[in-house]
Write a protein that binds this ligand. Structure first.
Ligand code: GLN
Length: 282
């Protein structure tokens, strides 16, 4: 008889042999998923036996994990801003740093009446959906080039019962009717450079390359957001972006005369992570 506790011990040992970094945690999250329990219940029900179907389902997930599939793709879930979001391999897995971007953008928008906000490269929709929840008076539009991503983003907006308008297209191109009317553009664009890509862990390389790669130096999307974004915003409008390691200074240097750099916010690791710029009037 295989109990919950024994299954966990075996799975964690198997992951350790296969050098999975958070062996015990992953073993727990995956078993909780199979049994449709919270992690804490694995301890409360530690001597509950698993049936054949549960063992098979668990074994299948363990194998996929050792092939490098990230846990959120196996469970279909990831927490962001204390809320649960659906994810699949069509979208980037939400990262905690992105909460700083959402918080900064929401703070900046709070004084505005019924602002129009655009999340460019919405992916799973975490930014658009969270902003719509935090700022119920706003109109939020999410843009992505990928069909698969938009399907995930729509599902997340439905799950959280918010109205977000999703549009498909390249960067700001599907927003021409909103030219000059947008109060804030928020984006966590792909920012990995070609040479960084080679050194990324295999888990990260399972995420969509299109959501990660930002050209030779990783800055292509910032260049485009700065040049194509300015005419889309109202004068004084906000461009809030997340940046990769070492990129914040380069983005500030690229800003030019159309933009004023308002603030750079560092993440918990001390890396400048979020940049807020406003469009200069005139
Ligand atoms: N906006 C999504 C996120 O922040 C997707 C970003 C992306 O795919 N580059 O997670």
């Amino acid at each position: 008889m295989l109990t919950i506790m024994k299954a966990l011990q075996k799975a964690a040992a198997y992951f350790e042999r296969r050098r999975i970094p958070s062996a015990r945690l992953d073993a727990e999250v995956l078993l909780a998923h199979v049994l449709e329990l919270d992690r804490i219940d694995l301890y409360i029900q530690h001597d509950r036996p698993l049936d054949r179907g549960e063992i098979d389902a668990y074994r299948k997930l363990l194998q996929e994990r050792t092939r490098g599939v990230p846990v959120p793709y196996l469970t279909g879930r990831r927490e962001f801003f204390s809320r649960e979001f659906f994810v699949n391999p069509s979208v980037l897995i939400p990262r905690p740093e992105t909460e700083l971007l959402v918080e900064a953008a929401a703070d900046w928008c709070r004084g505005l009446k019924g602002p129009l906000l655009v999340d460019v490269g919405t992916g799973s929709g975490i930014i658009a959906v969270t902003l719509a929840l935090l700022l119920p008076q706003s109109r939020v539009v999410g843009v992505d080039i990928s069909d698969g991503a938009l399907a995930v983003a729509r599902r997340n907006a439905d799950n959280h019962q918010v109205k977000v308008e999703f549009r498909q297209g390249d960067l700001l191109s599907p927003l021409q009717d909103l030219k000059g009317k947008i109060d804030a553009i928020i984006s966590n664009p792909p920012y990995i450079s070609q040479c960084e890509w080679e050194g990324l862990p295999r888990e990260v390389r399972q995420e969509p390359a299109r959501a990660l790669l930002g050209g030779a130096d990783g800055l292509d999307f910032y260049r485009r957001l700065l040049s194509e974004g300015a005419p889309m915003l109202v004068p004084g409008g906000l461009l809030a972006v997340e940046a990769g390691w070492g990129q914040a200074d380069e983005i500030a240097a690229m800003a030019g005369e159309n933009w004023r750099v308002e603030e750079t916010i560092s993440d918990y690791g001390g890396i400048p992570r979020v940049i807020l710029l406003t469009r200069r009037a005139g």
